[in-house]
Design a protein around this ligand. Sequence first.
Ligand code: ADP
Ligand code: MG
Length: 689
Amino acid sequence: MRRPDILNPLFAEVEMLDGVGPKLKKPLDRLGLERVRDVAYHLPERFVTRRLVDNLDEAGEGEQIVVRLTPTEHRSSRNQRGPYRVLAQDAVGNVLALTYFGRASYTAKKQLPVGETRWVAGKLERYGDMLQIVHPDHVLEEGGAGLQRLCEPVYSLAEGLTQPKVASLVAQAITLLPELPEWIEPSQLERAGWPSWSGALKLAHRAENVSARDRLAYDELLANSLALMLVRADNRARKGRALVGDGGLRGKLQLPFPLTGAQQRSIGEIEGDMAQEAPMLRLLQGDVGAGKTVVALEAMLVAVEAGAQAAMLAPTELLARQHFETLRAMARPTGVEIALLTGRDKGRARESILMGLLDGSIDIVVGTHAIFQDSVAYKDLGLIVIDEQHRFGVAQRLMLAKKGRRAPHTLAMTATPIPRTLTLANYGEMDVSRLDELPPGRQAIDTRVVGQDRLVDVVEGIGRHIGGGQQAYWVCPMVREAEGQSDDIAAAEARYAALKERFGDTVVLVHGQLAPEMKDAAMARFASGEAKLLVATTVIEVGVDVPAATLMVIEQAERFGLAQLHQLRGRVGRGSEKSVCLLLRGEQLSETGRARLALMRETQDGFRIAEEDLELRGGGELLGTRQSGDTPFRIADLEQIQRLLPAAHDDARLLVERDGGLSSPRGEAARILLYLLERDYGVQLLRGG
Ligand code: ADP
Ligand code: MG
């Protein structure tokens, strides 16, 4: 089955739109706008409403206005970096500056000739004792049309793009929308009073329209639920094989602790699934430190007892190595053969591992994506464990499942305690086991919120801490993608240099762009206790396990998502010593920001943090929601997910129950939807599809 032809115009590359050349390609890519469809779906962040005023006396500071002005003078600044100003007069003689920075001054020169009247739209501000508009949104000739548009969309931009440019691309994309058959249940559509798909897209760009936005969000939720259900249905129908262990290997384990009730229950659920012929598709959800590794080991031993192999996939090399060490140590008494395979293994070593996997002498392999390359063949892969599930998409997961001769069982593990609503959206096709009980004896982590202005004291505190022989983490501020990835590395390097100056060789640095050997070397020095202070970006977020580290400093904590803060904090409090986490906050903290950090101080329960974070963020922070990456959606925000997902989910279920092959007219329409929103892995699975 390939993409329905009716979608072709939408899947054309953006280059086919007028005005898109090599220069625009880069900023468009950064926004993820690769195809006409992406442009059509690049919905406004918000709308501005402007007021048409006769003169500036009628306008307030901070107001968005449209006004007629006559330029009187152009002034370039004396130094290179200063602004370029055009002075202009309104109808009653008030003077205003139109201010431009950087290359924008070229436009100003062209658009604002002295003595000719122009319509100017923008935000009125005061600069010293002068009124100004910085980078007017529009400058139009007097006779020109267009300023009737007092309500205008505001799009998110990347460097090199302007609002008018994006608006023009959107306008073109909108004219290319085909009429698509309706995929939403007619009664649902009627009840909600939603426009058609193309109508909704057009409306959503034109004005703040809840109905249009909801419809588009619903489409996305429906597509997602439908795809997950198709995956699930396909999985049920697949021939896997029952793996029943005799307990022989598990009985030889000598764990230094009794399993918690939650661990026992989860292992039981996993064993039950693996004993079925249909392949297991289970998510093990458990907070940081809840003890997922040992559960995974038990599951892998079941596979080995039953004569099969198991593979464990980790998101990073660092984690793969750590899992390998942990598992090998724990499993030593069982005598099973465990190997590590990462992209770095080359030549002989790699050959020998590949051989072992093929002839079955290796029982368990731990690694990164390398373990699923085409060149890697297994004698008999019975179980795949995927650690930190959220970093792998459903599509990738499906690819992995093709590795076995018969479909292997899959156990996915995540430490991201997602709220229940989002669990459904992210993992709707899986069964869930929750480790909702921490191993006993864990000490609460003393969490404090401290102003960034007390940095000096904090550094002193670190000095005392490591001087006393203990270890600490220093996490550097995260910088959003849009602000340039390299900045956060630069920040980490600067902080590292400063701390190293103070504390010498006992400080090590780890960040994502370090060569793997250097990263490993730094980690090894820290893990062995030789280095006392680890400066890092968020790469230490998952998995790193150094029980002797009992202090963590997180800079500009308000920039992190709560789930992420929670994950980071979970790196301390792993040993028997009391641990401390210092959240450094910047000066300007919003109400929500304050509440979020307070929540971190108050509780260590990841599930509660996740639920309350969802409440705190609500639907308001549209962008934050999508950027935080904890939902698989581009359009639907958290509020919409909560409000609309149940209906979309039911709608999808009804459709699959009635027409699992998606061959009815509505089924056909739903196929189009799945391709449109790139959930077509669901369609690919349809028999004969
Ligand atoms: P996570 O769920 O974050 O992957 P780990 O599997 O790394 O957690 O376990 C965290 C720590 O807790 C490890 O040092 C592990 O040995 C220990 N642990 C696991 N289960 C128990 C238990 N039932 N009792 C005591 N300690 C446990
Ligand atoms: Mg883990």
